[in-house]
Design a binder for this molecule. Structure first.
Ligand code: SF4
Length: 301
């Protein structure tokens, strides 16, 4: 068959399927998450590159135990409510906790010490005593997955809880930590990063549902073990982002552009193999990092 004939046939085939045939391969869009990619890269590009790009596994999986056990427990508490129509109380915590713990043990993830384990149990009991009765029945969905295809990549996020309060939606994210201290530069940076995480969830929610949720809430769980009164505990534990405020919505749109910039930086690092050190980082984060021993930033702290 002559080349001319082949070209004509391909042309006819292209018209039939309604697509241009091209020798160029389309770039497959990568999926980026705010927590796994943007926050990790913003905290420390070097650590992100070594774990996520080069695939080194954390040598100490206990680091992920604390946050993970809290999330899994709260998801189970929601499931118990859905299935049995009952909110778990303080007395149910140990039994439910053991189930979650066994599942994690089977995956090789354990607490770093018995004290840490006891602390989480105390924290979950406090959650059940103070919040569960009002909070859990209002959860519409736990671990809500949201996704949106953007021009150069796919944006993805998992919201810990979608709550309905007075007919309006709220998105909640549990943080197994104390509230970062806004009086320090690093504390401010962390609050800013977590706020942006909620901006992304708010945006993804809007893209799926046509409107923003009323508010997003970061729940800094460790604060429940501090303070005396409920008011005192909640004033530290709950950090709110109000999506009914036009200023917030403008900031969200600005951040979605910024997010795209960070994705571009990650992709540049992937191409060049250069994973920079962060300008600011706290010693606690570095002490839990497998790559600290030859890290110039850690050695300078
Ligand atoms: S030690 Fe700290 S600065 Fe160095 S790679 Fe690890 S997290 Fe980053």
């Amino acid at each position: 068959m002559r080349a001319q004939e082949i070209a004509e046939r391909l042309e006819r085939f292209s018209k039939r399927i309604g697509k241009k045939l091209s020798g160029k391969k389309e770039k497959i869009k990568e999926r980026y998450t705010i927590t796994g990619d943007i926050i990790s890269y913003s905290m420390c590009p070097r650590q992100y590159g070594l774990y996520r790009f080069y695939g080194f596994a954390p040598s100490n999986p206990t680091q992920e135990w604390y946050g993970s056990v809290i999330h899994r427990f709260l998801k189970r508490a929601h499931t118990v409510y859905r299935v049995d129509k009952r909110v778990i109380g303080e007395d149910d915590v140990e039994e439910l906790f053991r189930k979650v713990e066994s599942a994690m043990e089977a995956e090789g993830v354990r607490p770093s010490s018995p004290q840490v384990r006891e602390r989480v149990i105390a924290l979950l009991k406090e959650f059940c005593r103070l919040l569960a009765g009002d909070f859990i029945p209002k959860i519409e969905e736990a671990e809500l997955r949201l996704i949106k295809e953007l021009p150069h990549f796919i944006l993805y996020g998992i919201v810990d809880a979608l709550k309905v309060e007075g007919g309006e939606f709220e998105i909640w994210d549990y943080k197994g930590m104390e509230r970062p201290e806004p009086s320090t530069p690093l504390g401010r940076k962390k609050i800013e990063i977590y706020t942006k995480q909620m901006f992304v969830y708010g945006y993804l929610f809007k893209e799926r549902n046509g409107c923003y949720p009323r508010r997003a809430v970061l729940l800094f769980m460790n604060e429940l073990l501090k303070g005396e009164s409920l008011k005192e505990k909640l004033s530290r534990a709950v950090y709110e982002i109000d999506f009914t405020d036009e200023k917030t919505v403008k900031e969200v749109e600005g951040f979605i552009r910024e997010f795209s910039e960070i994705v571009r930086e990650i992709e540049k690092s992937k191409e060049s193999g250069r994973w920079e050190l962060p300008s600011q980082i706290d010693k606690k984060t570095c002490l839990a990092c497998d790559f600290r021993f030859d890290c110039p930033k850690f050695l300078s702290l």
